[in-house]
Design a protein around this ligand. Structure first.
Ligand code: HEC
Length: 115
């Protein structure tokens, strides 16, 4: 068996380094780096998301893992617990999540619009 020519090793290394650099640059360009959400929920500076309507929050947050859920009837308390659980899932899996206030707004939106 012949060993592969040295050039291909060098090339492979270059490509790997290039890919790593590209990935790193893309990462740096991501707009919202999950900042600490427990502190200062009312500061207006928080990337985007503070100005979203409850309907928009529901549509964007609740369709990340499954189809937007049908709003079948549940008690407000059941929805509150469910939304909190879903929000915890979002945090655990690195999805876009909600502040406490946003979770409360989405819960109210669901309760008001359920069938
Ligand atoms: C991070 C992923 C993720 C996101 C985002 C998410 N869900 Fe879910 N959802 C799940 C998983 C996983 C299940 C099934 C396991 C469970 O019920 O705990 C589920 C189940 C459900 C169910 C069925 C539960 C039941 O008991 O019948 C409803 C309703 C639901 N989600 C609503 C929502 C709403 C409303 C939002 C937005 C606030 C949301 N989901 C966002 C992961 C997610």
């Amino acid at each position: 068996m012949k060993s592969s020519p040295p050039l291909s090793n060098g090339l492979a290394l270059l490509i790997t380094a290039g890919a790593a650099a590209t990935f790193f640059i893309l990462l740096m360009m991501l707009p919202d780096h999950h900042t600490n959400r427990t502190s200062s929920p009312s500061l207006s500076g928080e990337s985007k998301g503070s100005g979203e309507s409850p309907a928009a929050l529901f549509a964007s947050r609740c369709s990340q893992c499954h189809a937007l859920p049908a709003l079948m009837h549940r008690s407000p308390e059941e929805w509150r617990i469910l939304v909190l659980k879903m929000n915890r899932y979002m945090n655990q899996t690195g999805h876009l999540s909600m502040t406490e206030d946003q979770a409360r707004e989405v819960t109210r939106y669901i309760v008001e619009n359920q069938k």
